[in-house]
Design a protein around this ligand. Structure first.
Ligand SMILES: [Zn+2]
Length: 740
């Protein structure tokens, strides 16, 4: 994930233009317009006062900057930035809110206290007044400020032809329809409501939905001509139902209407009969047996200190774990307050899912599958969710959210991820708003006070959803793992090596040749072990190491590796990283499965070339480390695997330096990082971890394997078998590969 630098911005006033070409942000009284791709500054407009609201015209050509305190708006043109100017002074009526009309040539100004609505036509300077517009009930709500919550009393049809506006006249709720071309009044009808709370056109303009205040759970559906199609109230009014509807949202195809209530339920109505097709509850707990969803819980991570400079800024300190038992924190609303923080406050339709938030469970996001009408996932955050939004790109199913921390979170059907935003600012980041580029793929996120960050590109972002231990459990590797057969000599050596690792000792001890052991055996065991582990590490990034993303096998700018096997590739060739690594792993697999090179039986001696061959294998394995560390470490961090990879690297590094198996020149690309992490003290020459310690760590008798002869005896008892490396035999035909 790439991040832009930080930009200043007041009160989160920043947004993409509807066509996606521009980014507008306000800082104090200035409006900055940048190109959305390269973020180059295009225009700076100076307003008279501090800007309190900024809105792009639908055609992306004009920007209105409201300055509430002074009661003025200034409008700027991108077509004619030098000379075209517009300023409207609302005078004594004041200014509450501004809105663009769909034609981009009229601007709607709502006066203070919603006394009246003025529609200013910029092209002929005429004004149309509409008296007594209704104030949407939750206009002061934190949630409705930054989220599409479906609460409004002014609604345009998606084709831009009609405006529906809720008004209050003589203690009655009136819905008035205007034609947007000439602002001609079309008609009005009285809504069958006690105190209308909101209205909303279906995206296809076929239906207008109107709902009542919290004294009644009532949702009314009208045709554009004002005929009542259906009045919906739940059939099972619960105790809390009389608190009514909190928000209403149409699905993008107009086929579903979602109603979120104070009763903490989401009800979906179908567009044919307007019957309730499903009612979803947000329950605190769910029995594991009946649960159909995955529950992801954000948890703090104890990372080793971050070692790689490039990733220090983005290493996240939390990760998601899939949990089986959980209880969602439920806050008790204060009944004495006028707007109780209870019930469904946010509903967001994605292409196949609906995301919801129940305000008295502010840490949980619920994702419902619209095809199966069942709960798909629950995300349990450490902090209350502040904003949550779907990637608009039609082929992406991706939900982004933030919780007022320095992290942003993503849910996809494959899983969840937490990403920390690099912070070059002196103050800490508190991201309270996220919005997608209109075409998707790029995110804009802003912290409440002064900074704005733009995630320039999401390309290559890894969305895992597994913590590394779960990844490990799944055993996903790039190549099948080699196994050691229990009871063989290699198995016990392998176990010893593992135990000294697990014992949390100085790894420099762990790599030393145990007394009486054969050096070639010790090296052979480690080669196979390192192959398996590096295989596993590469397996976690291989989905992201593609021909497009890694067209050459490189380790940063300075190092590039060319492949040459002397058979198929007689001369060194430039290969994309995934191809190179694939050849490399195939080649190593062939070597370690060749019983002449890696003898399985104790009576078969190691070949003379064993030393140079194991050097070559380890040198090539090191190159995989180089590529992963330099090009894919964001992925490693995102699944919380950094400590594991670092430990594995340290072990590898100590091993190859202990026996001088890889040349210093090869180690160059990771030299700085190595100096930082491989700094365990060098032990005195004759000290090692004792076998007793290793056995203890393994839970074996303390004298197990103490005597090499005994081991040999065990080994010969097991048909004098060293270790069949072929345990997980490859079905691939052997390649005869030599290397430069
Ligand atoms: Zn790569």
């Amino acid at each position: 994930m790439n991040f832009s630098e930080l930009y200043t911005c007041s009160s989160s006033l920043c947004s993409y233009s509807p066509n996606g070409y521009y980014l507008g942000r306000c800082s104090g009284n200035r409006l900055f317009v940048q190109g959305s791709d390269a973020l180059q500054l295009l225009h700076v407009f100076s307003n008279e006062q501090v800007v309190t609201e900024v809105e792009w015209s639908p055609d992306s050509m004009l920007i209105v900057c409201a300055q509430k305190k002074a009661g003025i708006v200034q409008i700027w043109s991108l077509n004619d930035p030098g000379s075209w100017k517009c300023k409207i002074d609302t005078g004594c009526v004041g200014l509450e809110k501004t809105l663009w009309a769909p034609d981009s040539r009229s601007v709607l100004l709502i006066s203070k206290f919603y006394l009246r609505l003025d529609i200013w036509c910029l092209w002929n300077k005429s004004v149309v007044h509409i008296d007594h517009p209704k104030k949407p009930r939750s206009s002061d709500d934190d949630w409705s400020k930054h989220n599409v919550v479906g609460v409004s009393t002014i609604s345009f049809t998606a084709d831009g032809k009609y405006l529906a506006i809720a008004r209050r006249e003589k203690c009655k709720d009136i819905v008035s329809i205007y034609q947007c071309q000439s602002w001609e009044y079309v008609k009005s009808f009285q809504a069958d409501t006690i105190n209308l709370a909101g209205l909303n056109w279906a995206p296809d303009a076929s239906t207008l939905c109107v709902w009542d205040c919290n004294l009644a759970y009532k949702c009314l559906l009208y045709s554009p001509s004002g005929a009542l199609l259906r009045s919906f109230s739940p059939e099972d009014p619960s105790v809390q139902c009389h608190l009514g509807i909190r928000c209403v949202q149409w699905s993008p195809d107009s086929k579903l209407l979602a109603i979120g209530g104070y009763d903490q339920k989401v009800r979906l109505l179908n567009h044919l009969t307007w019957q309730e097709i499903v009612g979803w509850t947000h329950s605190k707990t769910m029995a594991e047996k009946t649960r159909t969803c995955a529950v992801y819980q954000e948890r703090p991570l104890n990372l080793e200190s971050i070692v790689h400079d490039d990733f220090r800024d983005t290493a996240t300190d939390t990760a998601y774990a899939v949990v089986s038992s959980f209880e969602i924190q439920n806050t008790k609303p204060d009944p004495s307050k006028p707007n109780p923080k209870i019930g469904v406050v946010m509903m967001a339709f994605g292409s196949q899912h609906l995301a919801t938030l129940n305000e008295n469970m502010p840490h949980a996001i619920w994702v419902w599958n619209l095809a199966t009408l069942s709960l798909k996932a629950v995300l349990l955050q450490l902090e209350p969710v502040r904003c949550c939004t779907w990637d608009p790109h039609p082929s992406e199913t991706r939900l982004a959210l933030c919780t007022g921390t320095d992290k942003i979170y993503f849910w996809t059907p494959q899983g969840c991820i937490s990403v920390r935003v690099p912070n070059q600012a002196s103050s800490s980041l508190s991201i309270g708003q996220v919005s997608w580029h209109p075409a998707g793929g790029t995110l804009l996120f802003s912290s409440r006070d002064t900074v704005l960050i733009s995630g320039v590109s999401m390309a290559g972002v890894s969305l895992g959803g597994f913590t590394f231990s779960e990844f490990f459990k799944k055993g996903k590797t790039f190549r099948p793992k080699k196994k050691f057969v229990p009871g063989t000599l290699k198995y016990s050596l392998h176990k010893q090596a593992q135990a000294s690792l697990n014992a949390g000792k100085n790894l420099r001890y762990a790599v030393r040749l145990p007394p009486g052991e054969d050096l070639n055996d010790w090296i052979a065991v480690h080669v196979v072990d390192f192959f398996n582990r590096i295989n596993l590490i590469y397996g976690t990034v291989c989905d992201y190491c593609l021909v497009e993303s890694c067209p050459i096998m490189s380790g940063g700018q300075k190092f590039e590796y060319l492949w040459c096997d002397g058979v198929k590739f007689k001369k060194p060739v430039r290969l994309p990283a995934p191809k190179y690594i694939s050849f490399l792993m195939d080649w190593i697999e062939d070597q370690i499965n060749n019983e002449e090179l890696f003898p399985v039986r104790v009576d078969v001696p190691f070949p003379k070339s064993f030393g140079s061959l194991s050097r070559k294998i380890l040198t090539r394995l090191f190159r995989v480390f180089v590529h992963v560390y330099i090009h894919h470490f964001d992925r490693i961090i995102s699944i919380g695997a950094e400590p594991h990879v670092n430990t594995c690297y340290k072990h590898f590094y100590y091993f190859i330096t202990e026996f001088d198996l890889v040349s210093a020149k090869e180690l160059e690309p990771l030299k700085d990082m190595t100096a930082r992490i491989c700094n365990d003290p060098v032990p005195p020459p004759d000290e090692m971890i004792s076998y007793e310690e290793i056995n203890l760590a393994l839970g074996l008798p303390h004298d197990f394997g103490l005597n090499h002869q005994k081991l040999q005896a065990t080994a010969s008892a097991a048909a004098r078998s060293r270790s069949p490396h072929m345990a997980a035999a490859s079905t691939r035909s052997p390649q005869h590969v030599s290397s430069r």
